[in-house]
Write a protein that binds this ligand. Structure first.
Ligand code: FES
Length: 244
């Protein structure tokens, strides 16, 4: 009897490539064929292509565990983490792999995430306290206060949400859902004493008000987080801040 777990299927990978030194052939699509078995991720296959077929293929990856966020890319038209995407589960014999939309491409699937990091820093993505810490203890939270951070702290900053957002495609200075979610993660933290400092960068034509509640970011998040909900909460916080 055939063992379906070890059976291999021939899959074609159509990779959108970009070579900054390629002259007239800077952008092109290249096909690779490899045999894939159940359990193999897109990242496994890209590694195999790079190691056995084409050492020039460039992409980011690190943890291979859905933690570092570096392997985010567009796979069959959807932003996903390559290391968490099982090839055969996609149900297609052809897999299209592209760099994240909206970001400048450095080479092949590697995009420039510096602007994304700058926007993140604008919302001061860290705990701001105005009182000295207790001398004999950490800053304590109740279980209920800690639970308010669920759905916020899990963001791995992969960029899948921001890359899927039409407001970002139209305005490269738009802060983006990744920055909003992170801002709210600290505003919602009972230990943070300075919500206004996180909000400062958001009340701007490139900030909160440019979100048109399209929900692409919610669909794109590989961690099933909800940046749109955080944006609504931030708008309420901003109004509260403004009217004192
Ligand atoms: S390699 Fe770290 S999230 Fe995929």
């Amino acid at each position: 009897m055939a063992n379906h777990d070890t059976e291999k299927k021939l899959i074609t990978f159509r990779v959108k490539r970009f070579d900054p030194d390629g002259g007239e052939r800077k952008r092109y699509t290249q096909e690779y064929k490899i045999e894939v078995m159940k359990g193999q991720s897109v990242l496994d296959c890209l590694n195999e292509i790079r190691w056995k077929q084409d050492g020039s293929l460039t992409f980011r990856r690190s943890c291979k565990s859905g933690i570092c966020g570096s392997c985010a890319m567009t796979i069959n038209g959807v932003n996903r983490l390559a290391c968490e995407t099982q090839v055969l589960a996609l149900g297609s014999s052809t897999i299209t792999v592209e760099p994240l939309k909206g970001f400048a491409v450095i080479k092949d699937l590697a995009v420039d995430i510096d602007p994304m990091v700058e926007k993140l820093l604008a919302v001061k993505p860290y705990l701001i306290t105005k009182t000295p810490p207790p001398s004999d203890a950490e800053r304590i939270q109740s279980p209920a206060e800690r639970a308010r951070l669920d759905g916020l702290y899990e963001c791995i900053l992969c960029g899948a949400c921001t890359s899927s957002c039409p407001s970002f495609w139209a305005d490269e200075r738009y802060l983006g859902p990744h920055a909003f979610l992170k801002a709210y993660r600290f505003i919602a933290d009972s230990r943070d004493d300075a919500p206004g400092e996180h909000l400062d960068a958001l009340d701007d034509k490139h900030g909160l008000w440019r979100c048109h509640t399209i929900f692409n970011c919610v669909e794109a998040c590989p961690k099933s987080l909800n940046p749109t909900k955080a944006i609504e909460a931030l708008r309420r916080e901003l109004v509260k801040e403004k009217i004192g």
